[in-house]
Every structure is written in structure tokens, then in C-alpha cells.
Design a protein around this ligand. Structure first.
Ligand SMILES: NC(=O)c1ccc[n+]([C@@H]2O[C@H](COP(=O)([O-])OP(=O)(O)OC[C@H]3O[C@@H](n4cnc5c(N)ncnc54)[C@H](O)[C@@H]3O)[C@@H](O)[C@H]2O)c1
Length: 323
């Protein structure tokens, strides 16, 4: 049976992850609109077949007007202030985009009867320094940055909207996402920084002892998770963890381990130097993804495959080749 064509809004669809999500909805036959203020996103990331609306999610009026015009069936919300350091120096800006912006979208979605709202949270920040690794959705929450607070707050708002106002939603708690089109600012920025250094034949800088671990998940696996939850039937939910899914590999990789794989992908070894550990950095973060796996999702890319694709993309882009 073929599924009806949906009208999908991807916010942040000119950015790294959102642009891959937009590609996938188009490939699935959906009509795709992208809302992005191009603050960090790029016009060249936007697929040709998508409608790009240059808009700031902080403008309630602009958001409402667009929803009244387009009446989206599905909203996939990737636009955000993503830089933890900016959230520390300017928490009001972080909240304006990540909380007020979200509320503009949820209010508009309720008004036009949007059927599902996919919200992107972060498994790297909502749990704080977790006691249990890999960390399941039900673990205690304790964000250690304003960015983490706004992501967790977003989930609480959506849970309220679901229970009281009838807006159906799913929250995806991403691990450290890497892949083509990423920039050095995201939660897996180290991948793009190391790739660039290796292409320059420059020494890799490792903060602290390099034994801190992260869960690196390839962007195409993240896309598959988004496609799955966009129309996954879910039971009535209780608290925020019922509607949340971790998206990661369940495998922790140290900074040194990451450097080793990338050095082998790049076939160069310019050396490494250690600098003082950065204050406030988590020691370990790896997500338990059993809940999403129970619905049939599993990462398809090994770290080696994903890093190979990412390195090749960055190399070609620098050479002015295919982007
Ligand atoms: N990259 C990761 O490892 C990671 C991990 C956890 C969660 N996330 C979340 O995934 C989402 C996408 O992140 P990304 O890494 O692709 O970052 P990105 O910066 O490439 O994408 C964010 C997009 O949002 C747009 N945007 C920012 N502020 C806006 C505003 N006020 N109005 C409209 N558009 C705005 C930007 O222009 C950009 O295109 C974010 O919600 C981020 O918090 C990312």
C-alpha cells in the first residue's frame, strides 16, 4: 500500500543534519519545506526540490503565517542554537531560539492540526555526567549547560502539549553526530577538526589524556531514525522518557581511538600533542539505544565506514570537488 504524500516542514534544513533529513523525506516522496534563517546553515545544503523559507523561528508572527499558508502534516524540528559555549555566554539567546522558537512552532502546529512533531534533543547533554554507561532514556537528567537545559525543557513542553493540547510528538536524543556537511561547531566537531588537520598534515591537538569517550553516530543512521519515528505508532505516553529515543551506537570511542581511525583513513600520521583538559567537559558519554532498536532500527555504518565518507567529503570539498 502506498502512503499519502505528506507536507513536511524541516526546520534547520539548511544545516548539517537537517539537510540530510530533508533529502530523505524528498526521497520518500514527501513535499518538503525548509525553514532556516541561514545563521549557520548554507543555501547550498538545501535540496533543489525543497521550498526554502528564510525565516527566524523566534518570530511568532512569521511562523504562524507560514503554518496557516502551508498547513504542515509533519514538523521535523532541527533548527537550534547548538553551541554549548554560546549558551554559557548568552543563555538568553540560547533560550530565545531553543525554547521560545520551539513554542512558536508548537502553537502554530496545534492551530493547523499537524499530526506529528519530531523534536531533536541531545543525549550528550540532558543526562549530565551519567552514572550508568551506556545511558538509557530513563537515567536521571542533570544538564550541565544552558544548552542542555533548553533541550530538556523542550521535551517537557512537548509532553505538556501532548497531554493537555493533543500535539503528538517524538523526541530524539542524539549522541555525537558526524558526517558530510558537518562543521567544527557541533557536538562531534572534533571529527571535522581532525579531518582538516590531517589534510593539512598538521599535528592533532588532544585535550587532556584523550581517554574521554563519546558515542559517534553517522548522520545517515540518524536520518534512518528520523524516518522511522516520523510515522511510528506509539502507545499513550506518561513522562518524557516514554516519547524519547536515544540515537547512537552504544559504543564509546576515546579521542585517541578516533584519532587512530582517522589517521588510518587519511593514511598519514602527523603526530599528536596534548593540551590542558577543557573545563566542564564530560568524561564519558555513550547511549543505550535498545529502545529504538526494539522498533527495528540499528546503525548500519561502522565508525571506519562513516569516517571514511566524512574524510572523503571534506577532502573533495576543499579541492573544490563534489560537495
Ligand atoms: N551535531 C550533533 O552532534 C548534535 C547532537 C545532538 C543534537 N543535535 C541537534 O541537532 C539539530 C541540528 O544540529 P546540526 O549539528 O545539524 O547544526 P547546524 O548548525 O548545522 O543546524 C542548525 C540549523 O538551524 C538553523 N537555525 C539556527 N537558529 C535559527 C533560527 N533562529 N531560526 C531558523 N533557523 C535557525 C541554522 O541556520 C542551521 O541551518 C540541533 O537541534 C542540535 O541541537 C546535534
Amino acid at each position: 500500500m502506498t502512503r499519502a504524500r505528506r507536507r513536511v516542514l524541516v526546520t534547520g534544513g539548511a544545516g548539517f543534519i537537517g539537510s540530510h533529513i530533508a533529502d530523505a523525506y524528498l526521497a520518500a516522496g514527501d513535499e518538503v519545506w525548509i525553514m532556516d534563517d541561514l545563521s549557520s546553515g548554507r543555501r547550498e545544503n538545501v535540496p533543489e526540490a525543497a521550498h526554502l523559507v528564510e525565516m527566524d523561528i523566534r518570530s511568532a508572527e512569521d511562523v504562524r503565517n507560514l503554518f496557516r499558508e502551508a498547513r504542515f502534516d509533519l514538523v521535523n524540528h532541527h533548527a537550534a542554537q547548538i553551541d554549548v559555549r554560546v549558551s554559557v555566554t548568552d543563555p538568553a539567546k540560547d533560550a530565545a531560539i531553543n525554547v521560545h522558537g520551539l513554542l512558536n512552532l508548537t502553537e502554530a502546529a496545534i492551530e493547523v492540526g499537524t499530526r506529528r512533531f519530531v523534536f531533536v534533543s541531545s543525549g550528550g547533554v540532558v543526562y549530565g555526567e551519567p552514572e550508568l554507561i551506556p545511558t538509557p532514556e530513563s537515567a536521571p537528567k542533570g544538564p550541565l549547560s544552558p544548552y542542555g537545559v533548553t533541550k530538556l525543557t523542550g521535551e517537557h513542553y512537548l509532553n505538556y502539549y501532548r497531554h493537555v493540547r493533543g500535539l503528538d510528538y517524538v523526541a530524539l536524543r542524539y549522541a555525537n553526530v558526524y558526517g558530510p556537511r558537518q562543521d567544527p561547531l557541533g557536538e562531534a566537531g572534533v571529527v571535522s577538526i581532525f579531518c582538516t588537520r590531517l589534510l593539512d598534515g598538521a599535528v592533532l591537538t588532544v585535550f587532556g589524556d584523550g581517554e574521554q569517550t563519546r558515542d559517534y553516530v553517522f548522520v545517515r543512521d540518524v536520518v534512518a531514525a528520523n524516518m522511522l519515528v516520523s510515522d511510528l505508532e506509539l502507545p499513550d505516553s506518561g513522562d518524557i522518557d516514554d516519547r524519547a529515543f536515544n540515537v547512537g551506537t552504544g559504543v564509546g570511542t576515546s579521542v585517541i581511538g578516533l584519532a587512530q581511525v582517522l589517521e588510518s583513513v587519511a593514511a598519514v600520521q602527523p603526530g599528536r600533542k596534548h593540551e590542558r583538559e577543557r573545563p566542564g567537559e564530560l568524561r564519558h558519554s555513550t547511549l543505550n539505544t535498545g529502545k529504538l532498536r526494539a522498533h527495528g532500527w540499528a546503525p548500519a555504518y561502522s565508525l571506519e565506514q562513516g569516517l571514511q565518507e566524512t574524510y572523503t567529503f571534506i577532502r573533495d570539498q576543499r579541492a573544490g570537488g563534489p560537495a
